[in-house]
Design a protein around this ligand. Sequence first.
Ligand SMILES: [Fe+2]
Ligand SMILES: [Fe+2]
Length: 196
Amino acid sequence: MVNASERKYVESLFPAISEIKEKDLREKVANAWILAWKEGNYDKIEDISWCEWWSDKYSWSNVDHTNQVTSLAITVAKFAEETMGMKVNKDVLIAGAILHDLDKAVLCDGKTKKPTDWLKKMPHGSYSAYMALKVGLPLDVAHILASHTAFSVQRQKTVEALILHMVDYLTADLRNFKEGVEYMFSQQAPHYVELP
Ligand SMILES: [Fe+2]
Ligand SMILES: [Fe+2]
């Protein structure tokens, strides 16, 4: 399945993985990345683009984006705990942050850059949630992945999912400002379908 040197590779790409206190959770996060990468068609995880299908607009790597989102998520968790007196499960939040765009490994073919059926037929976040559960991560981690966009079917139901959703959009739009890309994710009005 996944060996120790493969897990070390993931840890080198996403250093915040070391901030997950529970060893079992750390290993499962690394396992998910390795399995998704092997299922995709990229030579290296760092070759995966944040947005392959709009590569004319967005050129940054998914690893960079993921580390930026994780860093901001940790900052906001600290704020929520220390300033607002809220309880945040940081293990779940960091695992969710590192895996929130896991499906970028399979949404496009790494060689042809063509969209796969995962992009054409399933909502963003589906594969990530499926893989998280497949490696045995808790439902609350899968929930973060499945609910992290404004077009997710399920609205964020936990503090950790809400933090991740907001910091993901803020990070993406800060990058858009920095690079002068006019499209702004924060203009997207969420249109959740409310489920019980
Ligand atoms: Fe995403
Ligand atoms: Fe993202």
